[in-house]
Design a binder for this molecule. Structure first.
Ligand code: KE4
Length: 433
């Protein structure tokens, strides 16, 4: 019996009169997968309900933040309690220190940090700081990595490796784009070549330690250590963008999992327990260059917002106090569902490559390995769209793009795995060539 979507339809018609594409963030419009996005009315644990009362197993979790599951009681109560004392002061509070201490307990390299309200603000500010710290202008990012929508990060590769970046969006001046080098991920030679071509000019290398924004692409053996070595040799800062991986891949994120010695780390998503929050931090010698101590300006009306601090503390407390149960559960459930669906695709004769690190993974509709963006882009995005629509109709809401990572929460368990694999079998059977 197909789902009814009258209420979502009505809400979408209104939204399209108010917001470009009817959304407040492009990926939500389902343009990459086709079909019309349901409007969410509420969520609890592993489940979303739309405006028509249809229930879905949630595999995007607000794009990462909802690692404990939706409406986790301790998080809801912490927000409510904080809200009773007002929702914002624009002045220092104990709550900021409370969250910062919890962050530093798992990210000891963050000798100093600063809270902001989004991942975009965190990476934008970290890059400004790196430029001031080194007196250099150029930065290196990697194709397929997304670090938010600051101008200098909406850049794609120029014609050849180590050529100057070109705007990845309208409105980004080429003068700004040309300061960014967009290199292939998992290609150490490309980074060496860039430093050889621009000696003494590169301020920082910023990367997703496990790529989530091209779909999930893990770092190759030794890749991260290689980046640490070459940036140290060349006097450039290594900025590890853990907005997505932070607190998810391990209590201390990819930094802990891979033992990365970053100069600056950026955080977001889980940090705020679903409320707007980001952070950047690292060695005190760099961070003390920030106003009001040093010459680098950075500010924010809602930075350190008390409700976000409360939600973040409640989330990190739960992760810390049950870490020996939560992370093994995330691993076991993710492995079961990711491999179960990949097996179902194989049985249906449909080529799917699974990349997974912990509770973030992607089923690429392609036959070959996916080690960088070019290989991810070889995926059959039309088939992914078909799969997405078929799963949505069966009550499984996947991220609406081949180039996003799936996430699950500690609220997902064997029942959700079984229902998801069963839905996938039916969906894939209907997709056989
Ligand atoms: P925000 O500004 O969206 O809070 O964070 C930007 C950002 C920075 N770094 C990484 C590694 C990220 O993944 C993100 C944001 N991720 C996307 C999903 N892939 C957010 C979803 C959206 O844009 O609607």
């Amino acid at each position: 019996m197909s789902m009814k979507h009258e209420q979502s339809e009505r809400l979408r018609e209104r939204a399209e009169q108010l917001f470009p594409g009817g959304v407040n963030s492009p990926v939500r419009a389902f343009r990459a997968v086709g079909g019309q996005p349901p409007f969410v009315a509420r969520a609890e644990g592993a489940y979303l309900w739309d405006a028509d009362g249809n229930r879905y197993i949630d595999y995007f979790g607000s794009w990462g933040p909802m690692i404990l599951g939706h409406a986790f009681p301790a998080v809801v109560e912490a927000i409510a309690r904080a809200a009773r004392d007002s929702s914002s002061f624009g002045a220092s509070t104990a709550a900021e220190g409370d969250l910062a201490e919890r962050v530093r307990a798992v990210y000891p390299g963050m000798e100093r940090m600063r809270f902001v309200s989004s991942g975009t603000e965190a990476t934008m500010s970290a890059i400004r700081l790196a430029r001031a710290a080194t007196g250099r202008k150029r930065i290196i990012k990697f194709e397929g990595c997304y670090h938010g929508h600051a101008d200098g990060l909406l850049v794609k590769a120029g014609s050849g490796v180590a050529t100057l970046g070109i705007p990845g969006s309208a409105g980004v001046p080429e003068e700004i784009a040309s300061l960014t080098l967009a290199l292939p991920y998992n290609d150490p030679g490309a980074v060496e070549a860039a430093f050889a071509q621009y000696p003494g000019e590169i301020a920082a290398v910023i990367l997703e330690p496990v790529v989530g924004n091209a779909g999930c692409i893990p770092p190759g053996e030794g890749y991260l250590a290689g980046l640490r070595r070459v940036t140290a040799e060349q006097g450039a800062l290594l900025i590890v963008d853990e907005v997505m991986t932070g607190f998810r891949l391990a209590p201390g994120g990819a930094t802990e999992l891979y033992g990365i010695d970053a100069d600056l780390i950026t955080l977001g998503k889980i940090l705020g327990g679903g409320l707007p929050c980001g952070a950047f931090g690292g060695r005190q010698k760099w961070m003390d260059m920030l106003a009001p101590v040093g010459p680098v300006y950075q500010a924010g009306t809602l930075s350190g917002n008390p409700l976000a601090m409360a939600a973040g503390c409640a989330t990190l407390d739960e992760l810390a106090s049950h870490r020996d149960a939560i992370y093994p559960r995330l691993e076991a459930t993710s492995r079961a569902v990711a491999e179960g669906v990949a097996r179902a695709a194989q049985e249906a004769g449909i080529a799917v490559t699974l990349n997974r690190v912990g509770s973030m993974w992607t089923w690429f509709f392609t036959g070959g390995a996916v080690r960088d963006y070019a290989e991810a882009a070889a995926s059959d995005t039309a088939r992914f769209g078909q799969f997405h629509r078929a799963m949505l109709e069966r009550g499984v809401w996947l991220p609406p793009s081949q180039f996003e990572a799936m996430f699950l929460s500690a609220a997902h368990g064997p029942a959700e795995v079984e229902a998801t694999v069963e839905a996938a079998r039916a969906a894939l059977a209907g997709m056989r060539l």
